[in-house]
Design a protein around this ligand. Structure first.
Ligand SMILES: [Zn+2]
Length: 498
């Protein structure tokens, strides 16, 4: 992943990129932030609206307690300091999807500040030996979302723009990073970790296709060693982490080229075109908004006191990084295993429940990665769609552990599970609880036959080529159709050949 970036960084070694990210995340409350309208995505246009979120004169906002709790919880997970008192402010601008003519947000007194996310980095200069770097989080604040302008999907769409105000008033948190991000790879890593943490807290589904997570990037370049920041461009409305990374790579190269050819960077907002793989100017600073922020007169200051804060803190779950470290320690699995198994909170929880119930947790981890993930990937399915549950994996792991079935038999049973879309225990029953053969006398017969049929290999073995035993084991397993207990086969062969 990092090769292209490394190449571009090397080519522009004289310049240092400075990147900051602004991420908007929808909170999973049932109702909007200042009224009791539903937040459900996909409802028919303008059905989840009321005088408050339509901005009717005289309608007054009432703050949603759950939105505050979710925002606070997210801010805690991002290592922020929660301000006991924060202030809602009006951000004034005109846009058709903003019925009040202002957005209720927070400005100089946000809900939370001074957080950070740890990311893995290849940029060792910043991170010392640990290859882990702290990216600062300036602030996390609460605000309402705007509505949506629709340009298609209705009869006279060619001439007209329609408005859907269902989204107006859906609670958002805005998470603003410090300009600590030095490469497009770090930006990608920051966003991945951020999304993972938010998902673990359960305050948002972070669904980018539905706009539940949106990201803008600020980027500038400066001669390496220079203290002052260069002029920045803002890249807006990029709808995947991969595109953010590509947009940054493009934008950094563009800015370096402009400066190198004697030009100056204009402060502006740019859009990324994923098809062309380039950014282009949307509006320059002269056209930029002056939002004329002032305190929202219809809302009291928001007070999250110690008592409330500690109640919210109690709902903070174990976060992904801590969970990974614990899994490595508790189950003796590798860091890579832990990474895969904590990719989502649901998977991590299912895995732990299964591993705890199994005789050998490490075998459960190996089966999930080796046998389950591969089959899911081949089918293009997520873990939630797996025919084999984590309980099923644990059951199969125990059967291998006690020697009841061989690894080969397990593979065949897994294949059947996927073919028939049935969990492992059902398949195992349906197949008549197959057992690998530990019947010594019938195995001895097979061993005798195989040894007799391969005199040349026998001669090589007895001449000192001990690795030849692998050949004999393979032949015996094949002759037993994978039903033989490999350990027993090994013992019998060693005796027979020696
Ligand atoms: Zn409403």
């Amino acid at each position: 992943m990092s090769t292209t970036v490394d190449a571009s960084v090397a080519a522009h070694a004289a310049y240092e990129p400075v990147i900051g990210l602004e991420v908007h995340v929808h909170l999973l409350t049932a109702t909007k932030i200042f009224c009791s309208c539903s937040t459900r995505f996909g409802a028919p246009p303008n059905t989840n609206v009321c005088p408050v979120c339509l901005g009717m004169p005289g309608a007054l906002p009432v703050l949603n307690r759950k939105a505050v709790e979710f925002a606070t919880l997210a801010a805690m997970a991002l290592n922020c300091r929660i301000n006991e008192t924060s202030i809602f402010a009006r951000k004034n601008y005109f846009y058709p999807d903003l019925p009040k003519g202002y957005q209720i947000s927070q400005y100089d007194k946000p809900l939370a500040e001074h957080g950070f996310i740890e990311v893995k980095t290849s940029n060792t200069e910043d991170a010392g030996d640990h290859r882990v770097k702290k990216i600062g989080i300036t602030r996390v604040h609460l605000e309402e979302d705007a509505g949506k302008s629709l340009h298609e999907g209705f009869p006279d769409a060619a001439e007209k723009t329609a408005l859907d105000l269902n989204r107006a008033g859906v609670p958002l948190i805005e998470i603003v990073s410090e300009p600590d991000i030095a490469t497009p790879d770090e930006a990608y890593e920051y966003l991945t970790r951020l999304k993972e943490i938010i998902l673990y807290t359960g305050v948002s589904d972070c669904n980018m296709e539905e706009g539940s997570l949106r990201c803008d990037a600020n980027v500038s370049v400066r001669p390496r060693g220079q203290k002052e920041l260069g002029t920045k461009a803002e890249i807006k409305n990029v709808n995947s982490f991969r595109f953010i990374r590509e947009a940054l790579i493009y934008e950094i190269a563009r800015q370096v080229e402009v400066i190198e050819s004697g030009g100056t960077i204009t402060q502006e907002t740019r859009l990324y075109d994923a098809h062309e793989g380039r950014t282009y100017s949307m509006r320059s600073k002269e056209q930029a908004h002056d939002y004329r922020y002032f305190p929202e007169p219809d809302l009291l200051p928001l007070v999250v006191d110690e008592k409330w804060k500690s109640e919210i803190a109690k709902t903070l779950p174990e976060l992904p990084e801590a969970r990974r470290a614990r899994l490595v320690k508790e189950y003796g699995i590798t860091e890579y295993d832990a990474q895969v198994l904590t990719a989502s909170k649901a998977l991590a929880e299912q895995f732990e429940a299964a591993a705890k119930s199994a005789k050998n947790p490490k075998r459960v981890a190996n089966l999930v990665q080796g046998e389950l993930m591969g089959r899911l990937k081949a089918r293009g399915a997520e873990i939630e769609q797996s025919p084999i549950s984590m309980k099923g994996v644990a059951a199969s792991a125990d059967l291998v552990e006690i020697g009841a079935i061989s690894g080969k038999m397990l593979k065949d049973l897994y294949d059947l599970s996927f073919e028939r879309n049935q969990d492992f225990p059902e398949i195992y029953e349906a197949e008549g609880r197959p057992q690998q053969s530990s019947d010594t006398s019938s195995l001895e017969k097979i061993v005798d036959e195989i040894v007799a049929a391969n005199p040349r290999q026998l001669e090589q073995y007895r001449a000192g080529k001990k690795t030849m035993i692998g050949f004999f084991v393979g032949q015996v397993m094949k002759a037993s159709k994978g039903q033989a207990n490999p350990q027993l086969v090994n013992e019998l062969l060693t005796k027979k050949l020696g």
